[in-house]
Each structure stands twice: as C-alpha cells, then as structure tokens.
Ligand binder design. Sequence first.
Ligand SMILES: *Cc1c(COP(=O)(O)O)cnc(C)c1O
Length: 366
Amino acid sequence: MIKFLDLQAVNLQYQAEIEASLLRVFRSGWYLLGNEVKTFEKNLSSYIGTPNAIGVANGLDALRLIFRAYIELGVMSEGDEVIVPSNTYIASILAISDNGLVPVLCEPDLDTYNIDVNNIENLITSKTKAILIVHLYGRAVFSEKLVQLAKRYELKIVEDNAQAIGAEWHGIKTGNLGDAAGFSFYPGKNLGALGDGGAVTCNDVELANTIRALANYGSNQKYVNTYQGLNSRLDEIQAAVLDVKMKYLDDENNIRRRIAERYNNEITNSKIILPIAPQDGGEHVWHVYVIRCQKRDLLQQFLMELGVQSLIHYPIPPHKQEAYKFWNNHSFPLSEMIHDQVLSLPISPILSNEEVDQIINMINKF
Ligand SMILES: *Cc1c(COP(=O)(O)O)cnc(C)c1O
C-alpha cells in the first residue's frame, strides 16, 4: 500500500541525528525554556528573516497568542472583526473566535484555493482590524493589492503559515510578509516535530515580548505577572528535533515540488482538475497536492482499492460545522464546492519515482 504520509519513514531518514538530539536533552536535565528552544528560535528567525521568533506549544496557540497580544496592546478589542478565508482549516477560525473577535468569512479564489483579494473590500466594516491570510496547501498568498487594502483601512495582516514553511513570495519568506505569523510543527506538517509544536514570527519587538509573556503565564520575569496569560511553550525535546529537521526542509520541499511537477505534467485524465502552479512571484511548497474531481468519493475509493491512500482537505467547511451553528444557513458556494470535490494525493519527501508512476497511471485509468 502507498500510504498518504509515512511519517516513520520520513523521520527515520534522520534517525542518528534525531536520536542524538533526544539523548542530549534527556541527559541535560533541562526540559523547558532552555538552550534548545533558544537555538531553534534563532535559526528559525534567521531562516524566515524576522528578528523575532517565539516557540509555542502548537499552531493554534501561535495564532491565538498573536490576536491575544494585539488585544493586550490595545490594537484590537472584543467584538472586532477579522477577515479569514471560508475554506481554511478550522484552527484559523478558532484562533479568532477564541479571543472574542469575530471571524468574517471570505470566499477563496478557485485557481489558488487561497483568499480572493477581490472579495475582501466588500467585507470591511468599521470594526475590521485584521486579515488572516492562510497559505493553504503550502501555496504563498500575497499581493500588492492586499498590502494597499491593509494600508488604506489600517488593518493588520496576520499569516497562518502552518502549511507553507519555506515558501517565498518575491524572495520574501512566508512568515515575514505580514505583521505576524503563526507556524505549526504538528508531525505531518512540512517541518514536523515528534508531537505538538508551534511558533510565532514577527518584526515588531513589542508584539514579540507580549507574546512571549502571554505564552508563559503572562510573565516576562519570574513571579511577576503582567497579563493573565497561558502556558504555551515549545518543549526542549521538540525544539532539538526541529532544529535537526529544519536543515533538510529546503531539500524536502524541493522533492515535493518535483513530485507536484510530475503530477501536473503527467496526469492527463480530463475528469481531474489539477492545481495551477503559481505565476505571481509566489511559491508553493506542496504541503498537500490537491486535485478536484466531481466524482471525488468514487475516485478515492478506486485509489484505495488499488492500494493508494488519499485524504480530503477538508470534508466539511467551517460554516457547516456544529461548532459554528450561526453560520450553518449561510451560503459560501465556492467553499462548499471545494469541500465536495477536493482530494489530496500522496506527496512526501520519501515517495519513490515508481510510486509516483503508479499513482499517475491509476488516476489516468479512472
Ligand atoms: C495545522 C494547522 C493549524 C493548527 O496547527 P496545530 O499545530 O495543529 O495546532 C492551523 N492552521 C492551519 C492552516 C493548519 O493546517
């Protein structure tokens, strides 16, 4: 069987180095807020190009903490609105509503699956304070038009960079395009830990200090609490593993690009809508390779019977979730169509050429 993602095989590529890093932390006797996190933060900040990087417990917390810090700093307050794509993963939206802010859903562009910048201006009200862009599926989304909108209406641009670490837009890394960015190191992400992990990057040092304090009980100095914070820290063990794996991130992203290019060139079945490679100066790091098919469920079953595992990102749109009942009757037709038709094919740095051949042949026979 070709697994959607064989995490064991991905991590075993670096077995010796990862085991050495685990042992080092174990033997050090220091497990939180130590040198491993410091080193990883330093390396992440130089990789992304922002002066600040803060390790946190997971990707959802990274985004929650950004909005929470803006509230503490008086930039936003309860009831303010944040524009977010309607087809994103639910965590982007949870990060907004968890802070008492109001998510305002914006339909995506079908060619990119990212927020359609042309739909944003209509949604801006006097309460709008930010746009949460999501580099969905690993594709960088950014534009001059977005920057101009943010300037004109004095909005923050926050990036959900859970899926696109390593991608660039005109030579600038995602995570350094907007005012602040949240990263996830969930094991299956392009840079994955051996458990949960996340980070925030930003240029504003005051914002960074606030987030660092908020993630540590609201304290920048032991037993002195400036905010009613939370406990959201990146473990030393995870930081040590991430620091090993970050060295190989660009190589792994390049392998993903080569596989995507093969799929794009060699899948010729007219029942399949292939992703369109970016041509706007933005890059794709193919966290997932997403095709569309009107007979999606049949295709998924067909592949499964032939031994290929595929996944759906995502089966239910946020506005149809019970968690957001008040949206259940609203209509977001593009988002609904996407959720009905998308299917993600295996794409990972350990997929062999022969496996890619097999997947292409099967899809062309469907
Ligand atoms: C994975 C993911 C998150 C949440 O990250 P966790 O580390 O799982 O909390 C947020 N947004 C998007 C788009 C994601 O893919």
